[in-house]
Design a protein around this ligand. Structure first.
Ligand code: BG6
Length: 437
């Protein structure tokens, strides 16, 4: 898609997100000639800065710094952008608290911004199903769905994008990607950190809202969806919403790490979960009978996000006459050390007939030694500039996902677990030991 002349406006530009993610990502795009001096980057916020002061907030190269400008507030923004040149597109990044999204959208329209503009917003897109419907209703009063880019940074991760390539650009997986061969799907996202200065936000959310409802549901959709008709955004979104239409959450269990309630910002009686596991099912022809397990938590013994595909056991014949041969597995490691592993039986060299399951490893680092894995925001911001919504979440997806979680938010007993220890699963499932890969 052709890139038009675009002005990028960061609202809330003196905040942490701009400093940590947006400006570095834009600077990298500049270094790769994907943005240049035909673009302008305008920071905005309530504070007053001169262009020089604003540039001084970031450690960036001189050429890129020249693209940075600052305008206080939204009043007169339209004229200010015009004074910087002629732009056919204006992209507003809302680096703002979600509670002001709707008011900000209204204000932009009041300032005369219209069809030429797009807005980028970050999660949380609501707190539950009704609030997500309200938020979408409010925002779409001012901007059409084709102008709204909802970021789920997991979709910007290289391995997540590779999931579609892996499934649909290789002929060997699709024939076995169904309930006939697959016994279960296991999605796991562990972090070694706790709430890291965000306790107040987190205590209102919990790990189900923070990780499962958005990031992990996106992974689930990509791994289970039917091949989209084309790779266009609308078709990919349709394939994902078809998964959400047929998905049910069957069980959910919640835990909280020891000492959480003593943290600053956390309510002393807090029942917020910091670890959760869920069992779900996609009730369609392909996935009939296949349970999907999901677990995610803070203060885990290791950091890692993986998707495990557990294949069914062989019949009790030949090498498996005792029924003890481990079945095949595919592990897709989203992070760190991105890669894909296939577990296969092999004969141990020697005169004995001994079999052993070994990992066939494919890692990005080995396969593409000279390529750098881009940071999620680089790809996502570039896609906004290109007008490509494929890696962004539609309003319908957010609402459908929240709807599925209705009845599982803030409910049920919360058990305590020790930091650095994975709670004992309540499900009768052999969790794949992702530590091994
Ligand atoms: C964010 C959550 O969306 O994702 C954080 O709010 C979490 O709590 C983070 O730590 C995890 O992202 P990543 O890219 O480190 O897996």
């Amino acid at each position: 898609m052709a890139q038009s002349r675009t002005a990028i406006v960061i609202l809330g530009a003196s905040g942490d997100l701009a400093k940590r993610k947006l400006i570095p990502a834009l600077e990298t795009l500049y270094a790769q000639n994907k943005i240049d001096d035909t673009n302008v980057i305008i920071g905005s916020g309530r504070s007053e800065f001169s262009d020089e002061d604003f540039r001084g907030l970031f450690e960036v190269c001189e050429g890129f710094a020249k693209l940075l400008h600052y305008h206080t507030g939204l009043d007169g923004m339209k004229e200010y952008i015009k004074s910087q040149g002629d732009f056919d597109r204006i992209v507003f990044f809302f680096s703002l608290p979600p509670r002001v999204y709707a008011d900000t959208a209204r204000e932009l329209v009041a300032q005369g911004f219209g069809e030429e503009s797009s807005i980028i917003i970050e999660k949380p897109f609501g707190h539950d199903y009704p609030s997500s419907v309200d938020l979408n209703k409010e925002i779409t009063k001012y901007f059409g769905e084709h102008q709204i880019y909802r970021i789920d940074h997991y979709l910007g991760k290289e391995t997540v994008q590779n999931m579609m390539v892996f499934r649909f650009a290789n002929s060997i997986f699709e024939p076995i990607w169904n309930s006939r061969y697959i016994e279960s799907i296991q999605i796991s996202a562990f972090e070694t950190i706790g709430t890291e200065g965000r306790a107040q936000y987190f205590d209102n959310a919990g790990i189900i809202r923070d990780m499962a409802q958005n990031h992990l549901m996106q992974l689930l959709c990509l791994v289970t969806m039917e091949p989209p008709i084309t790779l266009e955004a609308d078709d990919v979104r349709l394939a994902k919403t078809n998964v959400l239409r047929t998905l049910t959450i069957e069980e959910c269990h919640r835990w909280q790490y020891e000492g959480y309630r003593n943290e600053e910002g956390v309510a002393p009686e807090s029942e917020t979960e910091t670890y959760a596991e869920l069992r779900m099912r996609v009730n369609n022809y392909r996935w009939n009978r296949v349970p999907i397990f999901m677990r995610t938590g803070k203060y885990m013994p290791r950091k890692g996000t993986e998707i495990g595909i557990q294949f069914r056991k062989l019949p009790r014949l030949l090498f498996n006459d005792m029924g003890d041969l481990a079945a095949n597995k595919i592990v897709i490691r989203i992070q760190p050390d991105e890669g894909i592993f296939i577990d296969m039986q092999n004969k141990v060299p020697g005169t004995d007939q001994t079999l052993q399951q070994t990992h066939m490893k494919y890692t990005y680092r080995d396969a593409f030694e000279n390529e750098e894995i881009p940071e999620a925001y680089q790809r996502l911001l570039l896609d906004v500039l290109r007008g490509d919504q494929t890696l962004f979440v539609s309003g319908q997806e957010t609402e459908m996902s929240w709807k599925l979680f209705s009845g599982f938010l803030d409910t049920g007993e919360v058990s305590i677990y020790r930091r650095g220890k994975v709670p004992q699963s309540r499900f009768a499932v052999d969790w794949i030991d992702f530590d091994d890969y």
